[in-house]
Design a protein around this ligand. Structure first.
Ligand code: ATR
Length: 292
């Protein structure tokens, strides 16, 4: 890749961003399409977030991804927020157009695409979401938008799950929502009442690879089992599912498709998904710790 006077710049805003895989994925995609674009890390301390949009404007950035801890905080600096991002309450992608900051959220669509590609459609499905943090919000809104019949949220801090249910049930009145404490008792009781189970907690992520949100000895429901954690790709949770012969969806798909959708928002070109995937998998194979 050659940086020239005409190179268009995007990047990832977060803190820290040193472990992000997005620069590798996007730069590989730009190179594959012969686009004179570059994607750079943009570490921004939390207390400096208000300086982000003037800087992007000043330096003529084409846009940026936004990651932890700025996804909510950045919203008030947007000139326009896409309805999906507004519903979720988080922006993970900014496009700068004519100096205006447009906020999007590609996590929800990225998650949905990763499910659809495995042949699973959430339409009419009974879904169990483990966790109620930022990632859970994107997952729950995407399942609701895709026509899920019922969504249960189990979380260690049950108030946080209740807050999410409160938020979403006002938008999707026809869907049955519930929340519970994430505990062996509730997991045991969940047996066979779900078509999809999604782990959005960080349990099982490197270096705690022996952790799982699902206690050993409790059978998983006869459902599609999905984990957003992708370090490692085969988490303990997915291994538990595989040992029961259940179909699994790993966390790489969501990372790939949220990136692909951001790429398309910025460039207007279809993203080379195979290149994104190949780049991601080749890095993850090294076994080091990375984040989005
Ligand atoms: P993210 O943006 O990745 O979703 P987050 O907003 O910090 O990150 O949310 C992390 C999720 O993992 C939360 O649901 C959290 O539960 P709490 O709301 O109770 O904090 C869950 N989580 C993290 N560590 C956990 C643990 N050891 N046991 C159970 N749940 C855990």
């Amino acid at each position: 890749m050659k940086i020239t006077g005409e190179t268009k710049i995007v990047g990832i805003l977060g803190y820290p961003v040193a472990h992000s895989l997005s620069p590798l994925m996007h730069n590989a995609a730009f190179a594959a399409l012969g686009l004179n674009w570059a994607y750079i890390p943009l570490p921004v301390e939390p207390e400096r977030v208000e300086k982000v949009t003037p800087a992007l404007r000043t330096f003529n950035f084409m846009g940026a991804n936004v990651t932890v801890p700025h996804k909510q905080a950045i919203m008030r600096y947007m000139d326009e927020i896409d309805p999906v991002a507004r519903e979720i309450g988080a922006v993970n992608t900014i496009a700068v157009r004519d100096g205006r900051m447009l906020g999007f959220n590609t996590d929800a669509d990225g998650f949905l695409q990763s499910l659809l590609e495995t042949g699973f459609s959430p339409r009419g499905a009974r879904c169990l979401v483990l966790g109620a943090g930022g990632a859970a919000r994107a997952v729950v809104f995407s399942l609701a938008k895709a026509g899920a019949r019922a969504i249960s949220i189990f979380n260690r801090t049950v108030e946080r799950a209740a807050f999410l249910v409160d938020d979403i049930s006002s938008v999707y009145a026809d869907i049955r929502f519930s929340c519970e404490l994430l505990s062996p008792q509730t997991l045991d009781a969940a047996n066979n009442s779900f078509d999809l189970v999604v782990n959005t907690t960080s349990l099982g992520m490197f270096p705690q690879v022996d952790a799982s949100p699902w206690d050993d000895g409790i059978p998983l429901p006869e459902a599609v089992i999905c984990d957003l954690v992708y370090t490692p790709i085969q988490t303990k949770f997915l291994q538990q599912a595989a040992s029961q012969g259940l179909p699994t969806v790993d966390g790489t798909g969501m990372l790939i498709y949220q990136g692909a959708k951001a790429f398309e928002i910025w460039t207007g070109e279809p993203a080379p998904v195979a290149v994104l995937r190949q780049t991601l998998l080749s890095v993850l194979k090294t076994g080091k710790q990375f984040s989005d």
